[in-house]
Design a protein around this ligand. Structure first.
Ligand SMILES: CCCCCCCCCCCCCCCCCCCCC/C=C/C(=O)SCCNC(=O)CCNC(=O)[C@H](O)C(C)(C)COP(=O)(O)OP(=O)(O)OC[C@H]1O[C@@H](n2cnc3c(N)ncnc32)[C@H](O)[C@@H]1OP(=O)(O)O
Ligand SMILES: Cc1cc2nc3c(=O)[nH]c(=O)nc-3n(C[C@H](O)[C@H](O)[C@H](O)COP(=O)(O)OP(=O)(O)OC[C@H]3O[C@@H](n4cnc5c(N)ncnc54)[C@H](O)[C@@H]3O)c2cc1C
Length: 646
């Protein structure tokens, strides 16, 4: 064990194990997660570091691993979805799996959109993996749902739908598992009796069940990408492909071609809402991994000098702490927000299943906004962590390049982040409702008293100082008032309308304000949820260290967005000047606990797959060991010497 890291652990002021229990949701859950993690010792999962493999080899290794996972899950009798998720995230490490889409999109779509008869037919096939599925929605030319071109036209004479991609732009593009899957949920515009009824989901067989040869359908892999090398993101061109009427999910078309309207057309989009909700937790996980790597490495890396003494640990540099500790605070904040998002998703989708759709718009708005907010922050955060590790962060051995490459598309998939932030229509609507005197419920209820507060652009000097920067509840309040930026967005729309612009143009001309408002709303939610969580934590040592992190998270956010807080008159200039001073104090308070705080995330070394983030801190000897395994070192003299240099 590296002596620096041993010392760090001795300095901790709290019980690491107890904090792990809080993150997991209780000691029993930690125990079970650790039991499941023992799968890492299974030799059947021994594999080559994907960084040393070609794309095709990586895909093959991933398919083998996916198949192994299925067999092992059966062998160990793991069937609870949360446990399956835990098991898979351990085995996957920092990479995706080739059957990922089957689990996260195909199966959930079947579960939520099959009627009884369809469930009877498709669920046994899909859960036994005879049917391997993908989710084919995006097209080469469009992602916007109303713009999708693939059609499904009902033919009452044969009781079939005819699926067609009439143009190049309508070719389905991106769905994972282009080579792996034999079925797809295809999203297409439904036509019956000559009328378009919008987007609906259809089950389409793509490949022969025994030979895996494509049916008369053009299907394949779209080629190498920035990351996602384990995943065969695919293309799919359908040329008048016929499927039985029964393959339409939720069966909206009667045998005579009559269309039966669903309770809400938006139920078809449910799988996206599900994944967006999950991505909030994934952001927490990846932020936590990145911080673990960068902070452990910073504790063992010595460089340069502060005084004329032996080189200090780089974690002692104030600038290093300023890079990493706000991200550590973010990892904790997002962990609690992830828990909230999961609970909210299951609560509201439970109501939806019972026929109560009243909270569907809120679920959509919250999951879209938090997905965008947390993935954007994490995406930037991973890169800060990588840079904070200097040159060694650039090596794939650090895992940080892989974490970035695998995570960054979360900002794009399941709804591009700007587009998701623009789903703030809901916020503006809520604001208008509140202004009209309606009492809002839930997370939007803070808009109820906006009108009384009159939070607008005021000269700071004209307003009383509302905020004690050392008081978390005051900080939450100020974030809440800043979220009144939605008022500026609503006003901008109003002004545009007064210029006789159409509603659509008014909306587009106010889009920057809308995205800002959405960002402010999400930021408020995160600060509030983090602070709320503290009241549940009884252990005084843990409460203290998490309160310090929550204060840092809140103050750092204010420092980054000082213009908003000053403009709204929520803080005065002298208070603003106090914030960097307080942030520096908080960095000093967090410093002795930094390693313990990342230890509490409890990532096994094999899951982190990072030489820099090793628990034992023995970085240098293992960097050397890793480099020696590089395929270029397989021979002492590379064949290129003989071919070209000699
Ligand atoms: C230490 C920490 C521990 C933490 C542990 C936690 C661990 C958790 C780990 C979990 C791991 C899970 C891993 C998951 C990741 C796996 C990898 C996944 C692989 C990638 C797969 C990617 C798939 C895809 O990308 S599929 C394609 C996705 N496509 C999109 O998202 C398209 C985006 N566009 C849209 O959604 C729409 O076009 C939209 C919303 C922009 C516009 O909708 P519209 O209907 O076309 O038009 P509009 O008129 O604007 O809207 C009408 C109306 O409807 C409302 N609306 C829209 N959508 C919805 C909805 N979904 N639900 C409800 N309502 C909706 C909209 O607001 C409008 O409302 P009104 O204004 O009131 O009319
Ligand atoms: C790794 C990966 C895996 C994927 N897996 C799947 C899958 O399994 N199944 C599937 O169906 N799809 C999948 N996708 C596709 C993904 O869902 C889309 O890429 C995503 O929805 C974004 O759409 P787009 O690529 O068309 O971007 P575009 O929408 O073209 O975005 C380009 C730019 O235009 C801007 N823009 C677009 N519309 C607006 C607007 N209304 N207002 C303001 N700005 C706008 C965006 O902000 C962005 O800056 C995957 C994508 C990736 C990268």
């Amino acid at each position: 064990m590296n002596p620096d890291i041993v010392k760090e652990r001795q300095n901790a002021s709290f019980d690491v194990q107890k904090l792990t229990y809080i993150l997991d949701g209780g000691p029993e859950k930690t125990k079970r997660r650790r039991e499941i993690s023992l799968v890492l010792n299974d030799p059947d999962f021994d594999e080559e570091d994907p960084n040393f493999l070609s794309r095709s080899e990586r895909y093959e290794q991933a398919v083998r691993k996916s198949a192994q996972m299925i067999l092992k899950l059966r062998e160990y009798g793991i069937s609870d979805p949360a446990e399956i998720n835990c098991y898979k995230s351990v085995v996957r490490g920092n990479f995706h799996e080739s059957l990922g889409l089957h689990y996260v999109m195909f199966l959930p779509t079947l579960y939520s959109q099959c009627d009884q008869e369809q469930s009877k037919k498709w669920l046994p096939l899909a859960t036994s993996f005879e049917v391997l599925g993908t989710y084919a929605q995006t097209e080469l030319g469009h992602t916007h749902l109303r713009g999708l071109e693939t059609t499904a036209t009902f033919d009452p004479t044969t009781q079939e739908f005819v699926l067609n991609s009439p143009t190049v732009t309508s070719i389905k593009w991106w769905p994972g598992a282009g080579k792996t899957s034999n079925h797809a949920v295809v999203l297409a515009q439904l036509y019956t009796r000559g009328k378009c009824h919008g987007l609906h989901a259809f089950i389409v067989q793509l490949r022969h069940m025994d030979t895996h040869e494509p049916l008369p359908i053009l299907v394949g892999d779209i080629g190498p990408k920035f990351g996602f090398s384990e995943v065969d993101n695919g293309f799919l061109k359908l040329d008048h492909v016929r499927i039985p009427r029964e393959n339409m999910l939720m069966k909206h078309v009667e045998p005579d071609g009559r269309y039966v309207k669903p309770a809400s057309a938006k139920l078809t989009y449910g799988t996206m809402v599900f994944i967006r909700s999950l991505l909030v937790g994934l952001s927490a996980l990846v932020m936590a991994k990145s911080c673990t790597i960068a902070i452990r490495y910073s504790a063992v890396r010595h460089q340069s000098e502060i005084r004329s003494e032996p080189e200090p640990q780089i974690l002692d540099y104030q600038t290093q702490q300023y890079k990493l500790f706000p991200l550590l605070a973010t990892a904790y904040a997002f962990s609690f927000v992830g828990q909230y998002m999961t609970e909210t998703y299951y609560r509201i989708s439970g109501d939806i299943n019972q026929g109560d759709l009243s909270e569907l718009p809120e679920l959509h708005a919250v999951s879209a906004g938090l997905k965008a907010f947390t993935t954007w922050t994490t995406n930037t955060g991973i890169e800060v962590c990588r840079m904070s590790c200097g040159g060694h962060g650039y090596s794939r051995s650090s895992a940080l390049p892989d974490l970035y490459a695998e995570f960054t598309p979360t900002c794009t998939y399941e709804g591009e982040n700007t587009v998701m932030m623009l789903q703030t229509a809901y916020l503006v609507k809520s604001y208008r409702q509140a202004k009209a005197g309606e009492q809002l419920r839930g997370i939007m209820s803070y808009l109820n008293d906006m009108e009384q507060r009159h939070v607008r652009a005021h000269p700071a000097s004209a307003r009383p100082a509302l905020v004690d920067i050392n008081d978390l509840s005051d900080l939450v309040e100020s974030y809440k008032l800043r979220a009144a930026l939605v008022e500026s967005a609503a006003k901008s729309i109003q002004q545009e309308l007064q210029k006789r612009r159409s509603h659509e143009d008014a909306w587009n001309n106010s889009a920057i304000d809308l995205v800002k408002a959405s960002d402010a709303h999400c930021h408020y939610m995160v600060v509030k949820l983090f602070t709320d969580k503290l009241s549940e934590i009884g252990d005084p040592d843990i409460n203290l260290v998490l309160t310090t992190l929550a204060q840092l998270y809140a103050l750092h956010g204010i420092a980054l967005n000082s213009g908003d807080f000053l403009q709204a008159g929520l803080l005065t200039v002298p208070q603003m000047q106090q914030i960097p001073v307080r942030i520096k104090e908080l960095l000093c308070l967090i410093r002795p606990n930094a390693v313990a705080l990342v230890d509490a995330f409890d990532f096994p070394d094999k899951v982190l797959s990072s030489v820099l983030g090793r628990y034992d801190g023995n970085v240098y000897e293992n960097l050397f060991e890793w480099a020696r395994r590089s395929p270029l070192n397989a021979t002492e003299v590379h064949e290129s010497f003989h071919k070209y240099l000699k």
